[in-house]
Design a protein around this ligand. Structure first.
Ligand SMILES: Cc1cc2nc3c(=O)[nH]c(=O)nc-3n(C[C@H](O)[C@H](O)[C@H](O)COP(=O)(O)OP(=O)(O)OC[C@H]3O[C@@H](n4cnc5c(N)ncnc54)[C@H](O)[C@@H]3O)c2cc1C
Length: 393
């Protein structure tokens, strides 16, 4: 029997499903199906709808506005949203900025920022990476120098996801030039309208615009926008990146993609008119994806359960990040190989104008998902973390 098939959880699933059916609009579904880089207006509208129901941030503690669900309820909720093609929320606000403010922020910061992350009124971006500080994040060069009640920041950040529509950035900057690089970093909240910030778009190979470079030229940030303690930013960043890695396993959305892939295999025909899904080699490939998905799902559930007990995921998050990201890529690679030439189409939004119905956004997903083994700490770096922290090498 599945762990999800208890009367309580089945009733919970029905409640979530009914709410989504009632409130998710066709426009939201179409937007979610048609691309990875969604119109923020659509995402904000769905977030507001969830928040009105008290479901704005399933993984936040009830004291901060979460619904108080356990790990299985949260997972079911994510599955139902994924299966229904509901728009994702502000990942950076909900999964990174919000939890960091809950854990390290002061009362004024919690009161000011958390409600508007929940309601979808304010979006966030993450200013960590720099042109020469990605994997080696501790070597970042953006400086913050205290000037009375303000800090003055100078430097450059890159790969800022959602920076072009974010309202705030949580930004890691160097506040101490002496000692170990990890010990001189501080987390700041920066209003994206602050004078001295200049944003430049970066186009990715799927021809979408989701990332940006940003230059900080004497950007003045009030001292009240420091998160936690000065020079403790690295510690907070490590906890936050571990949370990001669990989230990046993306198990429910991968399950949805595998189901879509199975439908694709059933709908595509070989030269004799037989469904590709009848071919043994296609069946083997799909079965291998499903087995690896089941293994991933049980590992994610174990970590979620330990998080519910207040434990940080620690280095195990690295194993989820590797397995989850590789699986996401294998799913789209399989779709591209099934589609063959029919897969090489871009939606009009991405400039191709050659929308073949069976293409259904697979090419765009395939191209953009090259990133999942790079961001949130590349998979090579995760392997080093596993070697050191889990295997003791
Ligand atoms: C689409 C996209 C969105 C992103 N969004 C954000 C964001 O919103 N905010 C943010 O702060 N950052 C973001 N990033 C940045 C991302 O976190 C970095 O790209 C990532 O950490 C890798 O850093 P890098 O690009 O500098 O590559 P590098 O660190 O230069 O690595 C290049 C290659 O060398 C390998 N490598 C590096 N060091 C080692 C080592 N010690 N051992 C073994 N292999 C190694 C890496 O695995 C990689 O394959 C995003 C990146 C992309 C592509």
């Amino acid at each position: 029997m599945s762990i999800f098939n208890t009367p309580d959880l089945m009733a919970f699933r029905q409640e979530v499903r009914a709410f989504i059916k009632e409130r998710l609009t066709d426009e939201m579904v179409q937007a979610t199906r048609s691309g990875l880089h969604l119109d923020p207006r659509i995402m904000r509208a769905w977030q507001a709808t969830l928040n009105q129901r008290g479901w704005g941030a399933p993984h936040w503690p009830a004291s901060a506005g979460g619904p108080g669900w356990n790990a299985l309820q949260r997972y079911i909720f994510e599955e139902e949203c994924a299966f229904a093609d509901a728009p994702p929320g502000d990942v950076l606000g909900l999964f990174l900025a919000g939890p960091m403010i809950i854990a390290e922020g002061n009362d004024a910061q919690k009161k000011r920022y958390l409600p508007k992350i929940l309601s979808g009124e304010e979006y966030w971006c993450q200013g960590f990476s720099e042109p020469n500080a990605g994997s080696d994040l501790a070597s970042l060069k953006t400086t913050a120098v205290r000037d009375g009640d303000e800090w003055v920041l100078n430097g450059q950040k890159t790969w800022l996801s959602s920076g072009h529509y974010a309202d705030f950035m949580f930004c890691l900057a160097r506040t101490d030039l002496e000692g170990k690089p990890q010990e001189g970093l501080t987390q700041f909240i920066i209003d994206m309208k602050t004078p001295g910030l200049t944003l430049h778009p970066i186009m990715t190979m799927d021809e979408g615009h989701s990332v940006n470079a940003i230059f900080l030229d004497n950007v003045r940030v009030p001292h009240e926008n420091v998160i936690g303690e000065i020079n403790k930013g690295w510690t907070y960043a490590k906890d936050l990146l571990a949370r990001e890695r669990v989230n990046n396993a993306q198990a429910p959305r991968t399950k949805r993609d595998i189901l879509e892939l199975e439908r694709l295999a059933a709908s595509l025909k070989d030269e004799h008119g037989a469904p590709l899904a009848d071919q043994p080699q296609v069946q083997r490939r799909l079965a291998s994806l499903v087995m690896d998905f089941v293994a991933l799902q049980s590992a994610v559930l174990r970590v979620l359960a330990s998080q519910m007990r207040g434990e940080e995921p620690g280095p195990i998050a690295s194993t989820l990040k590797i397995r989850g990201s590789e699986l996401q890529q294998r799913v789209t690679e399989t779709a591209m190989s099934l589609l063959d030439q029919a897969g090489i189409v871009l939606t009009p939004e991405y400039g191709g104008g050659l929308l073949a119905p069976e293409g259904n956004g697979w090419l765009e997903r395939h191209l953009f998902r090259r990133v999942v083994t790079i961001y949130a700490g590349s998979n090579e770096i995760q392997k080093t973390i596993i070697a050191k922290s889990i295997l003791g090498m």
